[in-house]
Design a protein around this ligand. Structure first.
Ligand code: BES
Ligand code: MN
Ligand code: ZN
Length: 496
Protein backbone atom coordinates (compact mmCIF):
# COMPACT_ATOMS: atom_id res chain seq x y z
CA UNK A 1 0.00 0.00 0.00
CA UNK A 2 2.88 2.42 0.72
CA UNK A 3 5.47 2.87 -2.01
CA UNK A 4 8.39 5.25 -2.40
CA UNK A 5 9.20 6.91 -5.71
CA UNK A 6 12.08 9.09 -6.79
CA UNK A 7 10.03 10.89 -9.38
CA UNK A 8 9.13 14.34 -8.11
CA UNK A 9 5.60 14.20 -9.38
CA UNK A 10 2.83 11.69 -9.15
CA UNK A 11 1.11 10.41 -12.24
CA UNK A 12 -2.42 10.35 -10.91
CA UNK A 13 -4.60 10.99 -7.91
CA UNK A 14 -4.59 13.70 -5.29
CA UNK A 15 -1.32 15.21 -4.11
CA UNK A 16 -0.47 16.14 -0.56
CA UNK A 17 2.13 18.82 0.14
CA UNK A 18 3.46 19.68 3.61
CA UNK A 19 3.88 23.37 4.39
CA UNK A 20 6.17 24.68 7.14
CA UNK A 21 4.97 27.50 9.35
CA UNK A 22 8.18 29.51 9.11
CA UNK A 23 7.60 30.43 5.49
CA UNK A 24 10.31 28.27 3.96
CA UNK A 25 8.55 26.51 1.13
CA UNK A 26 9.60 23.01 0.20
CA UNK A 27 10.87 22.29 -3.31
CA UNK A 28 7.78 20.15 -3.80
CA UNK A 29 5.56 23.16 -3.05
CA UNK A 30 7.46 25.44 -5.41
CA UNK A 31 7.36 22.86 -8.23
CA UNK A 32 3.65 22.31 -7.93
CA UNK A 33 3.03 26.00 -7.60
CA UNK A 34 4.85 26.58 -10.91
CA UNK A 35 3.05 23.74 -12.64
CA UNK A 36 -0.34 25.03 -11.58
CA UNK A 37 0.32 28.61 -12.55
CA UNK A 38 0.56 29.78 -8.95
CA UNK A 39 -2.58 28.02 -7.68
CA UNK A 40 -0.89 27.02 -4.44
CA UNK A 41 0.34 30.50 -3.54
CA UNK A 42 -3.12 31.88 -4.32
CA UNK A 43 -4.78 29.26 -2.12
CA UNK A 44 -2.39 29.98 0.75
CA UNK A 45 -3.25 33.68 0.53
CA UNK A 46 -6.96 33.25 0.10
CA UNK A 47 -7.29 30.82 3.00
CA UNK A 48 -4.97 32.79 5.27
CA UNK A 49 -3.01 29.59 5.62
CA UNK A 50 0.15 29.89 7.71
CA UNK A 51 1.37 26.30 7.84
CA UNK A 52 0.48 25.94 11.49
CA UNK A 53 -0.17 22.42 12.68
CA UNK A 54 -3.79 21.43 12.23
CA UNK A 55 -4.32 23.72 9.23
CA UNK A 56 -5.32 22.18 5.92
CA UNK A 57 -6.36 23.67 2.60
CA UNK A 58 -7.95 21.84 -0.30
CA UNK A 59 -6.90 23.18 -3.68
CA UNK A 60 -9.54 21.78 -5.97
CA UNK A 61 -8.76 20.86 -9.57
CA UNK A 62 -5.97 23.31 -10.44
CA UNK A 63 -4.77 23.36 -14.02
CA UNK A 64 -1.60 21.52 -14.86
CA UNK A 65 -1.63 18.53 -12.58
CA UNK A 66 -3.70 15.36 -12.72
CA UNK A 67 -6.99 17.31 -12.82
CA UNK A 68 -7.09 16.22 -9.24
CA UNK A 69 -6.85 17.87 -5.87
CA UNK A 70 -3.89 19.25 -4.01
CA UNK A 71 -4.08 19.20 -0.23
CA UNK A 72 -1.80 21.50 1.72
CA UNK A 73 -1.12 20.34 5.25
CA UNK A 74 0.44 22.63 7.83
CA UNK A 75 3.25 20.91 9.71
CA UNK A 76 4.33 23.69 12.05
CA UNK A 77 7.78 25.15 12.25
CA UNK A 78 10.79 23.37 10.85
CA UNK A 79 12.69 23.52 14.16
CA UNK A 80 9.97 21.58 15.94
CA UNK A 81 9.75 18.86 13.32
CA UNK A 82 10.13 15.37 14.78
CA UNK A 83 9.65 11.85 13.50
CA UNK A 84 6.30 11.78 15.31
CA UNK A 85 5.17 14.97 13.54
CA UNK A 86 6.20 13.40 10.24
CA UNK A 87 4.04 10.38 11.12
CA UNK A 88 1.14 12.70 11.81
CA UNK A 89 1.54 14.26 8.37
CA UNK A 90 1.21 10.85 6.71
CA UNK A 91 -1.74 10.01 8.91
CA UNK A 92 -3.59 13.25 8.11
CA UNK A 93 -3.05 12.73 4.39
CA UNK A 94 -4.61 9.28 4.55
CA UNK A 95 -7.43 10.42 6.83
CA UNK A 96 -8.54 12.96 4.23
CA UNK A 97 -8.76 10.43 1.38
CA UNK A 98 -9.27 7.04 3.01
CA UNK A 99 -13.01 6.95 2.28
CA UNK A 100 -13.18 9.18 -0.76
CA UNK A 101 -13.42 8.34 -4.44
CA UNK A 102 -9.62 8.53 -4.61
CA UNK A 103 -7.88 5.21 -5.12
CA UNK A 104 -4.36 6.54 -4.90
CA UNK A 105 -2.65 9.58 -3.43
CA UNK A 106 0.86 10.95 -3.45
CA UNK A 107 2.70 12.80 -0.76
CA UNK A 108 5.24 15.15 -2.32
CA UNK A 109 8.19 15.44 0.06
CA UNK A 110 11.01 16.98 -1.92
CA UNK A 111 12.56 19.51 0.43
CA UNK A 112 10.60 18.29 3.46
CA UNK A 113 13.56 18.11 5.78
CA UNK A 114 14.69 19.15 9.23
CA UNK A 115 17.82 19.25 11.33
CA UNK A 116 18.95 16.09 13.06
CA UNK A 117 17.04 13.68 10.81
CA UNK A 118 18.10 11.98 7.60
CA UNK A 119 15.57 12.74 4.88
CA UNK A 120 15.13 9.02 4.24
CA UNK A 121 14.20 8.35 7.87
CA UNK A 122 11.90 11.35 8.06
CA UNK A 123 10.11 10.35 4.86
CA UNK A 124 9.82 6.74 6.01
CA UNK A 125 8.12 8.09 9.13
CA UNK A 126 5.57 9.85 6.91
CA UNK A 127 4.92 6.47 5.31
CA UNK A 128 4.56 4.82 8.72
CA UNK A 129 1.96 7.36 9.80
CA UNK A 130 0.07 6.86 6.55
CA UNK A 131 0.10 3.12 7.02
CA UNK A 132 -1.05 3.34 10.64
CA UNK A 133 -4.01 5.53 9.74
CA UNK A 134 -5.08 3.30 6.83
CA UNK A 135 -6.91 0.90 9.12
CA UNK A 136 -10.55 0.03 9.46
CA UNK A 137 -12.45 -2.79 11.07
CA UNK A 138 -15.34 -3.55 8.73
CA UNK A 139 -15.69 -7.29 9.24
CA UNK A 140 -19.33 -7.11 10.28
CA UNK A 141 -20.63 -4.36 8.00
CA UNK A 142 -22.51 -6.19 5.29
CA UNK A 143 -24.64 -3.27 4.14
CA UNK A 144 -22.24 -0.34 4.22
CA UNK A 145 -22.43 2.13 1.33
CA UNK A 146 -19.38 2.18 -0.86
CA UNK A 147 -18.61 5.69 0.35
CA UNK A 148 -18.43 4.41 3.93
CA UNK A 149 -15.79 1.82 3.11
CA UNK A 150 -12.11 2.43 2.43
CA UNK A 151 -11.36 3.27 -1.19
CA UNK A 152 -7.75 4.27 -0.94
CA UNK A 153 -5.45 1.50 -2.12
CA UNK A 154 -2.14 3.17 -2.74
CA UNK A 155 -0.02 5.86 -1.17
CA UNK A 156 3.10 6.97 -3.02
CA UNK A 157 5.73 8.96 -1.21
CA UNK A 158 7.59 11.09 -3.72
CA UNK A 159 11.07 11.75 -2.41
CA UNK A 160 14.59 12.05 -3.76
CA UNK A 161 15.56 9.80 -0.80
CA UNK A 162 13.23 7.04 -2.01
CA UNK A 163 15.80 4.25 -1.69
CA UNK A 164 16.79 5.18 1.86
CA UNK A 165 13.19 5.74 2.89
CA UNK A 166 12.11 2.39 1.49
CA UNK A 167 14.81 0.67 3.48
CA UNK A 168 13.91 2.44 6.70
CA UNK A 169 10.23 1.69 6.09
CA UNK A 170 10.71 -2.10 6.06
CA UNK A 171 10.73 -2.33 9.88
CA UNK A 172 7.90 0.20 10.21
CA UNK A 173 5.81 -1.99 7.94
CA UNK A 174 6.28 -4.96 10.29
CA UNK A 175 5.53 -2.85 13.33
CA UNK A 176 2.31 -1.67 11.66
CA UNK A 177 1.33 -5.31 11.16
CA UNK A 178 1.77 -5.81 14.89
CA UNK A 179 -0.35 -2.73 15.63
CA UNK A 180 -3.10 -3.98 13.31
CA UNK A 181 -3.01 -7.41 14.94
CA UNK A 182 -3.65 -5.71 18.27
CA UNK A 183 -6.39 -3.44 16.87
CA UNK A 184 -8.16 -6.40 15.29
CA UNK A 185 -8.09 -8.37 18.54
CA UNK A 186 -9.35 -5.43 20.56
CA UNK A 187 -12.14 -4.68 18.06
CA UNK A 188 -13.57 -8.19 17.83
CA UNK A 189 -16.77 -8.70 19.79
CA UNK A 190 -16.60 -11.09 22.72
CA UNK A 191 -18.94 -13.69 21.20
CA UNK A 192 -16.38 -14.16 18.43
CA UNK A 193 -13.17 -13.62 20.37
CA UNK A 194 -13.24 -15.62 23.59
CA UNK A 195 -10.42 -17.56 25.27
CA UNK A 196 -10.73 -20.56 22.97
CA UNK A 197 -10.83 -18.67 19.67
CA UNK A 198 -8.23 -16.19 20.89
CA UNK A 199 -5.81 -19.00 21.71
CA UNK A 200 -6.45 -20.53 18.30
CA UNK A 201 -5.62 -17.21 16.64
CA UNK A 202 -2.37 -17.05 18.60
CA UNK A 203 -1.55 -20.56 17.45
CA UNK A 204 -1.85 -19.31 13.86
CA UNK A 205 0.94 -16.84 14.58
CA UNK A 206 3.44 -19.63 14.17
CA UNK A 207 3.19 -18.53 10.53
CA UNK A 208 5.08 -15.31 11.36
CA UNK A 209 7.83 -17.23 13.14
CA UNK A 210 6.62 -17.35 16.74
CA UNK A 211 6.75 -20.52 18.78
CA UNK A 212 3.33 -20.81 20.41
CA UNK A 213 2.22 -23.00 23.32
CA UNK A 214 -1.28 -23.07 24.78
CA UNK A 215 -2.11 -24.28 28.28
CA UNK A 216 -5.69 -25.33 29.02
CA UNK A 217 -7.52 -25.61 32.33
CA UNK A 218 -6.21 -29.08 33.06
CA UNK A 219 -2.59 -27.98 32.81
CA UNK A 220 -3.23 -24.80 34.77
CA UNK A 221 -4.98 -26.73 37.52
CA UNK A 222 -1.96 -28.97 37.79
CA UNK A 223 0.25 -25.90 38.16
CA UNK A 224 -2.00 -24.65 40.96
CA UNK A 225 -3.31 -21.55 39.19
CA UNK A 226 -6.33 -21.18 41.45
CA UNK A 227 -6.34 -17.41 41.10
CA UNK A 228 -6.61 -17.28 37.30
CA UNK A 229 -8.94 -20.27 37.11
CA UNK A 230 -11.32 -18.78 39.68
CA UNK A 231 -12.02 -15.87 37.32
CA UNK A 232 -12.92 -18.11 34.39
CA UNK A 233 -14.97 -20.48 36.53
CA UNK A 234 -18.31 -18.97 35.55
CA UNK A 235 -17.67 -19.10 31.82
CA UNK A 236 -18.61 -21.87 29.41
CA UNK A 237 -15.37 -21.08 27.59
CA UNK A 238 -12.19 -22.76 28.71
CA UNK A 239 -9.56 -20.42 30.18
CA UNK A 240 -6.22 -20.47 28.40
CA UNK A 241 -2.68 -19.32 28.99
CA UNK A 242 -0.79 -18.66 25.78
CA UNK A 243 2.99 -18.45 25.50
CA UNK A 244 4.51 -16.87 22.39
CA UNK A 245 8.27 -17.04 21.98
CA UNK A 246 10.58 -15.05 19.76
CA UNK A 247 14.16 -16.11 20.43
CA UNK A 248 16.04 -13.91 17.96
CA UNK A 249 18.82 -13.02 20.40
CA UNK A 250 21.92 -14.80 21.64
CA UNK A 251 21.52 -18.37 22.76
CA UNK A 252 21.31 -18.62 26.52
CA UNK A 253 20.53 -14.93 26.98
CA UNK A 254 17.73 -14.44 29.51
CA UNK A 255 14.49 -13.42 27.84
CA UNK A 256 12.47 -10.29 28.41
CA UNK A 257 8.90 -11.30 29.24
CA UNK A 258 5.73 -9.39 28.40
CA UNK A 259 2.66 -10.48 30.36
CA UNK A 260 -0.83 -9.43 29.26
CA UNK A 261 -4.30 -9.35 30.82
CA UNK A 262 -6.65 -11.03 28.40
CA UNK A 263 -10.13 -10.83 29.89
CA UNK A 264 -12.12 -11.36 26.68
CA UNK A 265 -15.21 -10.01 28.41
CA UNK A 266 -15.52 -8.52 31.87
CA UNK A 267 -19.09 -8.51 33.17
CA UNK A 268 -17.69 -8.03 36.65
CA UNK A 269 -18.85 -11.55 37.54
CA UNK A 270 -21.16 -11.82 40.56
CA UNK A 271 -20.03 -8.28 41.47
CA UNK A 272 -21.85 -7.39 38.26
CA UNK A 273 -21.07 -4.16 36.44
CA UNK A 274 -23.89 -1.71 35.62
CA UNK A 275 -25.30 -2.14 32.09
CA UNK A 276 -24.36 1.28 30.66
CA UNK A 277 -21.03 1.00 28.95
CA UNK A 278 -20.56 -2.64 29.76
CA UNK A 279 -19.99 -3.23 26.04
CA UNK A 280 -16.61 -1.57 26.48
CA UNK A 281 -15.50 -4.62 28.38
CA UNK A 282 -15.00 -6.51 25.13
CA UNK A 283 -11.65 -4.74 25.02
CA UNK A 284 -10.62 -5.79 28.52
CA UNK A 285 -8.06 -7.92 26.74
CA UNK A 286 -6.16 -4.85 25.51
CA UNK A 287 -3.03 -5.72 27.51
CA UNK A 288 -2.87 -9.14 25.92
CA UNK A 289 -3.46 -7.60 22.49
CA UNK A 290 -0.50 -5.27 22.99
CA UNK A 291 1.67 -8.25 23.94
CA UNK A 292 0.48 -10.31 20.98
CA UNK A 293 0.91 -7.41 18.56
CA UNK A 294 4.38 -6.69 19.89
CA UNK A 295 5.38 -10.32 19.38
CA UNK A 296 4.15 -10.10 15.78
CA UNK A 297 6.17 -6.92 15.24
CA UNK A 298 9.34 -8.37 16.78
CA UNK A 299 9.10 -11.58 14.78
CA UNK A 300 8.24 -9.63 11.64
CA UNK A 301 11.33 -7.48 11.79
CA UNK A 302 13.43 -10.34 13.11
CA UNK A 303 14.47 -8.51 16.26
CA UNK A 304 17.81 -9.61 17.69
CA UNK A 305 16.49 -10.29 21.16
CA UNK A 306 14.89 -13.06 23.18
CA UNK A 307 11.35 -12.07 24.05
CA UNK A 308 8.46 -14.12 25.40
CA UNK A 309 4.83 -13.01 25.48
CA UNK A 310 2.54 -14.65 28.04
CA UNK A 311 -1.17 -13.86 28.02
CA UNK A 312 -3.88 -15.02 30.42
CA UNK A 313 -7.19 -15.51 28.60
CA UNK A 314 -10.40 -15.73 30.61
CA UNK A 315 -14.01 -14.62 30.42
CA UNK A 316 -15.42 -13.11 33.62
CA UNK A 317 -19.09 -14.19 33.80
CA UNK A 318 -21.76 -14.48 36.49
CA UNK A 319 -23.07 -18.04 36.67
CA UNK A 320 -24.17 -20.73 39.07
CA UNK A 321 -20.60 -21.90 39.05
CA UNK A 322 -18.99 -18.46 39.23
CA UNK A 323 -16.81 -17.49 42.16
CA UNK A 324 -18.50 -15.49 44.92
CA UNK A 325 -17.40 -12.38 46.78
CA UNK A 326 -15.65 -13.65 49.87
CA UNK A 327 -14.22 -16.78 48.26
CA UNK A 328 -10.61 -17.55 49.09
CA UNK A 329 -8.43 -18.89 46.28
CA UNK A 330 -4.88 -20.24 46.36
CA UNK A 331 -2.58 -18.84 43.70
CA UNK A 332 0.24 -20.71 41.97
CA UNK A 333 2.69 -18.86 44.23
CA UNK A 334 1.00 -20.50 47.23
CA UNK A 335 -0.29 -17.16 48.51
CA UNK A 336 -3.99 -17.08 49.34
CA UNK A 337 -6.34 -14.34 48.15
CA UNK A 338 -9.68 -13.28 49.54
CA UNK A 339 -11.77 -12.30 46.51
CA UNK A 340 -13.92 -9.52 47.94
CA UNK A 341 -14.90 -8.16 44.54
CA UNK A 342 -15.13 -10.46 41.53
CA UNK A 343 -14.82 -7.39 39.30
CA UNK A 344 -11.21 -6.89 40.40
CA UNK A 345 -10.39 -9.90 38.23
CA UNK A 346 -7.50 -8.68 36.11
CA UNK A 347 -5.03 -8.81 38.99
CA UNK A 348 -6.18 -12.36 39.77
CA UNK A 349 -5.38 -13.40 36.22
CA UNK A 350 -2.05 -11.62 36.18
CA UNK A 351 -0.99 -13.01 39.57
CA UNK A 352 -0.73 -16.56 38.25
CA UNK A 353 0.56 -15.47 34.84
CA UNK A 354 3.37 -13.57 36.59
CA UNK A 355 4.30 -16.48 38.85
CA UNK A 356 4.33 -18.83 35.88
CA UNK A 357 6.48 -16.41 33.89
CA UNK A 358 9.09 -15.95 36.54
CA UNK A 359 9.33 -19.63 37.48
CA UNK A 360 9.36 -20.96 33.97
CA UNK A 361 11.50 -18.43 32.10
CA UNK A 362 13.85 -16.81 34.66
CA UNK A 363 13.39 -13.48 32.83
CA UNK A 364 15.84 -10.59 32.57
CA UNK A 365 12.83 -8.31 33.08
CA UNK A 366 9.05 -8.52 33.18
CA UNK A 367 6.65 -5.91 31.88
CA UNK A 368 2.95 -6.55 32.34
CA UNK A 369 0.20 -4.69 30.54
CA UNK A 370 -3.43 -4.57 31.59
CA UNK A 371 -6.64 -2.61 31.32
CA UNK A 372 -6.60 -2.96 35.07
CA UNK A 373 -8.44 -0.08 36.72
CA UNK A 374 -11.00 2.58 35.94
CA UNK A 375 -9.07 4.75 38.40
CA UNK A 376 -6.12 5.15 36.01
CA UNK A 377 -8.49 6.85 33.54
CA UNK A 378 -9.43 9.33 36.26
CA UNK A 379 -5.73 10.01 36.85
CA UNK A 380 -4.32 10.11 33.34
CA UNK A 381 -7.34 10.39 31.01
CA UNK A 382 -6.64 8.93 27.58
CA UNK A 383 -3.23 10.55 27.31
CA UNK A 384 -0.80 8.30 29.18
CA UNK A 385 -0.55 4.75 30.33
CA UNK A 386 0.30 4.44 34.03
CA UNK A 387 3.72 2.98 34.80
CA UNK A 388 4.21 1.33 38.20
CA UNK A 389 7.58 -0.07 39.20
CA UNK A 390 10.11 -0.02 42.02
CA UNK A 391 12.88 -0.02 39.38
CA UNK A 392 13.96 3.50 38.33
CA UNK A 393 16.03 2.28 35.42
CA UNK A 394 13.23 0.21 33.96
CA UNK A 395 10.83 3.13 34.36
CA UNK A 396 13.21 5.38 32.45
CA UNK A 397 13.65 2.84 29.66
CA UNK A 398 9.90 2.43 29.32
CA UNK A 399 8.98 6.12 29.50
CA UNK A 400 11.72 6.88 26.94
CA UNK A 401 10.29 4.26 24.59
CA UNK A 402 6.90 5.89 25.12
CA UNK A 403 8.20 9.32 24.18
CA UNK A 404 9.93 7.99 21.09
CA UNK A 405 6.78 6.27 19.81
CA UNK A 406 4.09 8.64 21.03
CA UNK A 407 2.66 5.87 23.22
CA UNK A 408 3.41 7.76 26.36
CA UNK A 409 3.63 6.60 29.94
CA UNK A 410 3.55 8.47 33.21
CA UNK A 411 5.10 7.06 36.36
CA UNK A 412 2.65 6.46 39.19
CA UNK A 413 3.40 5.80 42.87
CA UNK A 414 3.80 2.32 44.28
CA UNK A 415 4.73 2.22 47.95
CA UNK A 416 4.32 0.38 51.20
CA UNK A 417 1.14 2.29 52.01
CA UNK A 418 -0.46 0.83 48.90
CA UNK A 419 0.59 -2.64 49.93
CA UNK A 420 -0.97 -2.11 53.35
CA UNK A 421 -4.30 -1.42 51.68
CA UNK A 422 -4.69 -5.02 50.54
CA UNK A 423 -4.23 -6.72 53.91
CA UNK A 424 -6.94 -9.33 54.52
CA UNK A 425 -8.38 -10.53 57.82
CA UNK A 426 -8.53 -14.14 56.76
CA UNK A 427 -6.10 -14.66 53.87
CA UNK A 428 -2.67 -13.45 52.73
CA UNK A 429 -4.27 -10.55 50.88
CA UNK A 430 -7.57 -9.30 49.51
CA UNK A 431 -8.14 -8.36 45.90
CA UNK A 432 -9.36 -4.79 46.47
CA UNK A 433 -7.77 -1.89 48.28
CA UNK A 434 -10.56 0.65 48.22
CA UNK A 435 -11.41 3.51 45.89
CA UNK A 436 -8.59 5.83 46.90
CA UNK A 437 -5.38 5.17 45.03
CA UNK A 438 -7.10 2.22 43.38
CA UNK A 439 -4.56 1.90 40.57
CA UNK A 440 -1.66 1.86 43.02
CA UNK A 441 -3.16 -0.75 45.34
CA UNK A 442 -3.82 -2.89 42.24
CA UNK A 443 -0.14 -2.53 41.33
CA UNK A 444 0.84 -3.39 44.90
CA UNK A 445 -1.20 -6.57 44.56
CA UNK A 446 0.73 -7.58 41.44
CA UNK A 447 4.05 -6.74 43.08
CA UNK A 448 3.44 -9.53 45.60
CA UNK A 449 3.77 -12.04 42.77
CA UNK A 450 7.13 -10.90 41.46
CA UNK A 451 10.35 -11.53 43.36
CA UNK A 452 12.35 -8.44 44.29
CA UNK A 453 15.38 -9.43 42.23
CA UNK A 454 13.58 -9.33 38.89
CA UNK A 455 13.16 -5.90 37.27
CA UNK A 456 9.43 -5.57 36.82
CA UNK A 457 7.01 -2.90 35.67
CA UNK A 458 3.23 -2.84 35.43
CA UNK A 459 1.54 -0.72 32.78
CA UNK A 460 -2.11 0.12 33.41
CA UNK A 461 -3.47 0.90 29.96
CA UNK A 462 -7.21 1.07 30.70
CA UNK A 463 -7.36 4.60 29.26
CA UNK A 464 -5.37 3.79 26.16
CA UNK A 465 -6.53 0.52 24.62
CA UNK A 466 -9.60 2.13 23.07
CA UNK A 467 -9.86 5.68 21.72
CA UNK A 468 -13.20 7.41 21.15
CA UNK A 469 -11.68 10.10 18.95
CA UNK A 470 -9.73 9.97 15.72
CA UNK A 471 -6.04 10.75 16.07
CA UNK A 472 -3.71 11.47 13.15
CA UNK A 473 -2.22 7.98 13.11
CA UNK A 474 -5.12 6.09 14.67
CA UNK A 475 -8.77 6.06 13.69
CA UNK A 476 -11.13 5.91 16.66
CA UNK A 477 -11.66 2.44 18.09
CA UNK A 478 -9.07 -0.14 19.03
CA UNK A 479 -5.77 1.71 19.28
CA UNK A 480 -3.26 -1.10 19.37
CA UNK A 481 -1.61 0.89 22.14
CA UNK A 482 1.56 -0.66 23.52
CA UNK A 483 2.83 -2.43 20.42
CA UNK A 484 5.11 0.39 19.28
CA UNK A 485 6.14 1.07 22.88
CA UNK A 486 7.18 -2.53 23.58
CA UNK A 487 8.89 -2.88 20.21
CA UNK A 488 10.91 0.28 20.83
CA UNK A 489 11.68 -0.79 24.40
CA UNK A 490 13.27 -3.97 23.01
CA UNK A 491 15.01 -2.19 20.13
CA UNK A 492 16.59 0.48 22.33
CA UNK A 493 17.62 -1.75 25.25
CA UNK A 494 18.10 -5.36 24.23
CA UNK A 495 19.31 -5.45 20.62
CA UNK A 496 23.05 -5.27 19.76
N1 BES B 1 -11.57 -4.04 33.41
C1 BES B 1 -11.81 -3.25 34.54
C2 BES B 1 -11.10 -1.88 34.48
C3 BES B 1 -11.55 -0.97 33.38
C4 BES B 1 -12.53 -0.02 33.61
C5 BES B 1 -10.94 -1.00 32.15
C6 BES B 1 -12.91 0.84 32.61
C7 BES B 1 -11.33 -0.13 31.15
C8 BES B 1 -12.31 0.80 31.37
C9 BES B 1 -11.36 -3.97 35.80
O1 BES B 1 -11.45 -5.35 35.75
C10 BES B 1 -12.24 -3.52 36.90
O2 BES B 1 -13.40 -3.82 36.87
N2 BES B 1 -11.67 -2.79 37.87
C11 BES B 1 -12.40 -2.28 38.95
C12 BES B 1 -11.62 -2.58 40.18
C13 BES B 1 -12.37 -2.35 41.47
C14 BES B 1 -13.48 -3.35 41.59
C15 BES B 1 -11.41 -2.46 42.61
C16 BES B 1 -12.57 -0.77 38.76
O3 BES B 1 -11.65 -0.14 38.22
O4 BES B 1 -13.63 -0.27 39.08
MN1 MN C 1 -13.36 -6.05 36.32
ZN1 ZN D 1 -11.34 -6.20 33.89
Amino acid sequence: MITFSKSALPKSGAVIVPVFADGANTAAFDNLDDMTGGALSRAVKAADFSGKQGQQVDVIGPDGINNSMILLIGVGSKQDMTALEAQNLGGKAVARFFRSPEKSISIALEGFECDGQEAGDLHAAVGFGARLRAYSFDTYRTKAEKSELPSLGKVTINTPAAAEAKKAFADFDKIAEGVFTARDLVSEPANILHPETYAARCQELESVGLEVTVLGEKEMKKLGMGSLLGVGQGSVRESKLVVMKWMGGKKGQKPVCFVGKGVTFDTGGISLKPPAGMWDMKWDMGGSAAVTGAMVALAGRKAKANVIGIIGLVENMPDGNAQRPGDVVTSMSGQTIEVLNTDAEGRLVLADALTYTQEKFKPAAIVDLATLTGAIIISLAHEYGGCFSPDDELVTALTDAGKATGEELWRMPLGKAHDDMIKSDIADMKNIGGREGGSSSAAAFLKRFVSDDIPWAHLDIAGMAWQNKDKPTCPKGGAGYGVRLLDEFIRANYEN
